[in-house]
Design a protein around this ligand. Structure first.
Ligand code: FBP
Length: 545
């Protein structure tokens, strides 16, 4: 494989590990745990993996352990650092016993079901250390939930003598990991399942998981681009830039980018929902900020829009919930796409039909169709940035007629998502991911299943990081998916009483009226620690509590 100079220099980078993982470990167990919601139901659904303690690793005695074969799956959207989780896992199992082997299942959970795999040898691993992307084995979104899939999986796991499977994924994929761990434990199949918290969206976090990997690098990449746009914007002073940012449901990415770049406006979906804002309220909020800047002669600015905004507008949220139920019916499933649109129109309530009909056709169609395998609306396909800017333009035109607005409103649109998902991991993500993978090998060696690998205290230097595991059942509750109540990991949304949002809220009026842009510049890998090793502002503010 041809390499750039940066790749060559980066390949030599040795990621840091928490002190406890530098030698042999012992697992220290805490008290039994409970799920975050629906305790009785979750306990009944996961009798073999419910209630296990959180564990922390401490330095232990050296032991001779047998070689172990481990399988690894990359699941869901790409996130910077996936290759380092795999290289950490590889080095971890080799340090347990040099004869251990690592197998990668190709293109996500589907690779396990279809028996599509490759052995990951040291030559292959060395090509991918500290690189972005998931291309070492590829990723996919196949949902693992059927007994038939689990049984197909066990066949190949037995054939390859794999005793543990590591699933690197977000909330949906780790829900799969938990279901699989429970099934294999119930059947006594002798295969452990361990999860790793991945997603650029930053919504797989809780008291035990500080952050999901990839969030740091993705936000820094988007912030570099937003900073560049802001400098362009402040140089030409003639455009309003509407910038949509990935992050499906939660607005963590938009909030972090706002903290890094200080744009004029950043919408936070969770606040829109809490304030029960309508689409028109959101448009008015932006138009008023545009009009105020125009009073100061500033016909330019930046607006950050979280990808999932549309789903958080309460009227649209209600509509989506009903659409999900209607579309899940077998009658709807048997229809083709355009028949489905007519079908939903006939079967939703008059109130929801009115909302449906008020949306531009392309947005309405998108809400009614194309769920991903986990039942999520594919918000990355909805052009919210264009929808909002067109609606703001129409409102400003009306205000122009009654003299409320006298400026010029020219726009540019951007969507940043795929640009950041495979960026070369920042030092933070390179270290964090390598530690998560290495730590997964220690969970395996300690016989754990149904656990997620965790690394905590990551705003401190890596030597002070804490390594351990959290039972996945602890994060679960029941939620309605595809018309049925299902056990799923609870998504972490932006907390409006949390430090990151509060800080943003205390500054946003000033950022809206004045021009206080910050230009973060590109991620730096080599140089002073205050430039190269900073965690996200979100994490720093959260850890200050
Ligand atoms: P994961 O939760 O699987 O990590 O994926 C997150 C994400 O990047 C979202 O931000 C985005 O909405 C979605 O994936 C896009 O999905 P796809 O890659 O299938 O287009």
């Amino acid at each position: 494989m041809e390499k750039s100079y940066l790749q060559i220099a980066r390949a030599a980078y040795q990621p840091k590990l928490p002190k406890a993982l530098l030698g042999p470990v012992k697992a220290v167990a805490g008290a039994p745990t409970q799920s975050v919601g629906n305790q009785e139901e979750i306990k009944e659904l996961f009798p073999n993996t419910y209630g296990m303690p959180v564990i922390e690793f401490e330095a232990g005695e050296a032991q001779q352990l047998p070689a172990i074969n481990v399988g690894v799956i990359l699941s869901g959207g790409q996130a910077p650092g996936g290759h380092n989780v795999i290289s950490g896992l590889f080095d971890g199992i080799k340090s347990i016993n040099p004869d251990s082997k690592l197998y990668g299942f190709i293109l996500g959970p589907g690779g396990l079901v279809d028996h599509n795999y490759m052995e990951l040898t040291s030559d292959i691993i060395d090509e991918y250390r500290n690189t972005g992307g998931f291309d070492i084995i590829g990723s996919g979104r196949t949902k693992l939930e059927e007994v038939e899939q689990f049984e197909k999986g066990i066949k190949i796991l037995r054939e390859l003598n794999i005793k543990a499977l590591v699933i690197i994924g977000g909330d949906d994929s780790n829900t799969n990991a938990c279901v699989l761990a429970e099934y294999y434990a119930a059947k006594n199949y002798g295969v452990q399942v361990i999860g790793c918290p991945k997603t650029i969206d930053g919504d797989l976090k809780n008291e035990q998981i500080e952050t999901s990997f990839g969030f740091d690098t993705a936000c820094k990449t988007y912030s570099e681009l937003i900073g560049n746009i802001q400098r362009d914007c402040n140089s030409a002073r003639k455009y309003w830039h509407f910038i949509k940012l990935m992050g499906r449901s939660a607005s963590h990415i938009a909030l972090e980018c706002a903290l890094q770049c200080q744009p004029n406006i950043c919408l936070i979906s969770e606040e829109v929902e809490a304030k029960a804002m309508s689409l028109d309220d959101v448009v008015t909020y932006i138009a008023e900020a545009v009009a105020k800047r125009a009073e100061d002669g500033k016909d330019f600015g930046t607006v950050l829009i979280p990808e999932g905004l549309i789903e958080f507008i309460p009227a649209i949220k209600k509509l989506i919930a009903e659409l999900n139920d209607v579309l899940a019916s077998s009658e709807a499933q048997a229809l083709n796409r355009s028949q489905q649109i007519d079908f939903v129109k006939q079967h939703i309530s008059p109130e929801n039909l009115a909302v449906f009909n008020s949306l531009p056709t392309s947005v309405a169609r998108q809400l009614a169709l194309d769920r991903d395998p986990h039942g999520n609306v594919q918000v990355s396909l909805i052009e919210t940035e264009k929808l909002l800017s067109a609606m703001v333009a129409a409102k400003l035109d009306r205000w122009k007629k009654n003299g409320k607005y006298k400026g010029k409103f020219a726009t540019q649109h951007h969507f940043f998502g795929y640009e950041g998902r495979c960026a070369a991991p920042s030092n933070y993500d390179a270290d964090y991911c390598y530690s998560l993978g290495f730590n997964a090998s220690r969970l395996i060696a300690n016989g754990k299943t149904g656990y997620m690998s965790i690394i905590k205290n990551t705003t401190a230097p890596a030597t002070e990081w804490i390594a351990g595991g959290v039972p996945i059942t602890m994060m679960m509750n029941l939620e309605r998916r595809n018309g049925k109540m299902k056990p799923v990991i609870r998504k972490a949304l932006v907390e409006l009483d949390g430090a990151p949002f509060k800080y943003f809220a205390s500054k946003r009026e000033e950022w809206a009226r004045e021009t206080k842009y910050v230009y973060p510049g590109p991620i730096q890998y080599f140089g002073p620690t205050e430039v190269c090793d900073q965690p996200t502002i979100t994490l720093k503010l959260e850890q200050q509590k």
